[in-house]
Design a protein around this ligand. Structure first.
Ligand SMILES: C[S@@+](CC[C@H](N)C(=O)[O-])C[C@H]1O[C@@H](n2cnc3c(N)ncnc32)[C@H](O)[C@@H]1O
Length: 424
């Protein structure tokens, strides 16, 4: 019996006794993006998800999110071409102004100097989007004559975005089948660039690892406190409409709920709702192992909180909130990064010490944002360019814009804790 036939079988005999989850309502339906058409791509992903649920019961939010974002045939990042920018679904800081990537670049070099400028060294970026931040960083690295011994390693799952990155960063590139990297190229100043699907394939060399709006795209498990204890939130088919999904709570303890309660009991205290990405934990562990064997540092930048929020899972389509359970694969799914949990993952590796999180505003100010803006304004060729620069600066730094919602979180090798802090 294939899964779909099994699905039909189970559908007939299944009792819909799961308890639905109540969430903060989205804006009125009129303000939500209504799917223009149900493409074959979205239809098949929806059918695939339905078959899984019908065959084995409601699925964890992490499984839903993983399929919707990265299903090889129909996942959002695998098939959508315009995800970033004014024509896409969302805009990120590096796309708002060159000042962002330039200051991150200057910070990276400053940290590298503190480590004694080890060579060879590599810049590793997880989920580089259009490659804009890396391009701005490389301009700074070139201007400060620090390209000797440098190579660039990009971890990118989207075929389309990897091509956009290659055309921005390289003079030309080659695809590979029998190498750990699937593409390679060279920048106009001669720096080699490589593309991978997984961090574990990136060479073991002193690395400056950057992740901007990457951790928020990693699948999360959602847990909710009910009157009879903690439950995992799952995705089920809506019994009132065969074509819709809904959130329900697990009837019994799920394996990931057990893992959460056993491994992070202090997080459960005093909270009603928790979102955890166990993929983040695996990445932090890998980063810690790299630090231990080859040295390096990492900077995670994302929107997030310190544990004061619980239910943040949502979707964006054309810059508007979208129901994450509608038309899967057509919109970006995201959840705020819980930095208090990320911090615990770092502590648990015993190979990482952390600095921050600090707000985007204070990081950019510390990195010299005002001075850099003054230089750019002086060089601006028109009033229009000046306006663009000041508007971008405001959006990046103001508290009610991206200044406080976005956080910078630094990871360093535990062994260097004392000497690093002494160097500050
Ligand atoms: C929200 S975008 C951020 C892009 C860029 N960092 C920026 O801020 O403009 C997420 C990026 O991560 C990539 N991505 C998402 N999930 C991934 C995964 N599991 N492995 C590798 N790349 C992934 C996407 O294709 C995209 O490039």
């Amino acid at each position: 019996m294939n899964v779909r036939i099994a699905g039909v079988f189970f559908q007939q005999f299944r009792s819909y006794s799961y308890k639905p989850v109540k969430r903060v309502p989205l804006p009125p339906a009129s303000k939500l993006e209504v799917p223009e058409s149900t493409s074959t791509k979205n239809f098949s992903l929806r059918e695939e998800l339905k078959s899984r649920i019908l065959a084995s019961g409601p699925i964890p939010v992490a499984s839903y999110m993983r399929q919707v974002l990265t299903n090889p045939a129909a996942g959002y990042y695998m098939t959508s071409e315009d995800v970033l920018g004014s024509k896409g679904d969302f805009v990120t800081s590096p796309e708002i102004g060159q000042i962002f990537g330039e200051l991150v670049g200057a910070w990276c070099l400053n940290e590298w100097y503190k480590f004694g400028s080890p060579v060879p060294y590599q810049l590793v970026e997880l989920g580089p989007g259009k490659g804009t931040m890396m391009s701005d960083i490389l301009r700074v690295v070139g201007n400060l004559k620090a390209t000797g011994g440098l190579s660039v390693h990009l971890v990118e799952i989207s075929e389309h975005l990897s091509k956009v990155q290659a055309s921005l960063l390289c003079r030309g590139c080659t695809d590979h089948k029998d190498e750990p990297f699937y593409r390679s190229g060279v920048t106009s100043s001669g720096t080699k660039v490589y593309w991978y699907r997984h961090l574990e394939d990136v060479p073991r060399v002193f690395s400056i690892i950057l992740a901007h709006e990457f951790f928020d795209a990693l699948p999360i498990h959602k847990f909710q406190k009910e009157s009879d204890g903690w439950k995992e939130v799952l995705v089920d088919i809506d019994p009132n409409s065969n074509d819709k999904f809904r959130f329900v709570v697990s009837k019994a303890e799920t394996p990931m709920l057990r893992l959460f309660l056993n491994s992070l009991p202090e997080i459960a205290n005093g909270r009603e709702h928790v979102e955890i990405s166990f993929e983040s934990e695996a990445l932090i562990r890998q980063i810690g192992e790299r630090f231990h064997s080859n040295g390096g540092l990492a900077l995670i930048v994302d929107y997030g909180h310190l544990g004061e929020k619980g239910d943040t899972f949502r979707a964006f389509k054309r810059h508007k909130l979208h129901d994450p359970l509608v038309d899967p694969g057509s919109a970006d799914l995201t959840a705020d990064v819980d930095f208090s949990i990320l911090n615990q993952f770092c502590e648990r590796t015993s190979q990482v010490f952390t600095i921050g999180p600090t707000s985007q505003r204070s990081f950019l100010e510390m990195a010299g944002a005002k001075d850099r803006l003054a230089v750019l304004l002086e060089r601006a060729k028109s009033e229009e360019e000046k306006r663009r620069l000041t508007d971008g600066f405001r959006i990046l730094t103001e508290e009610n814009q991206m200044g406080s919602r976005f956080k910078f979180f630094g990871l360093y090798p535990k062994e260097l804790r004392e000497s690093y802090l002494g160097l500050k």
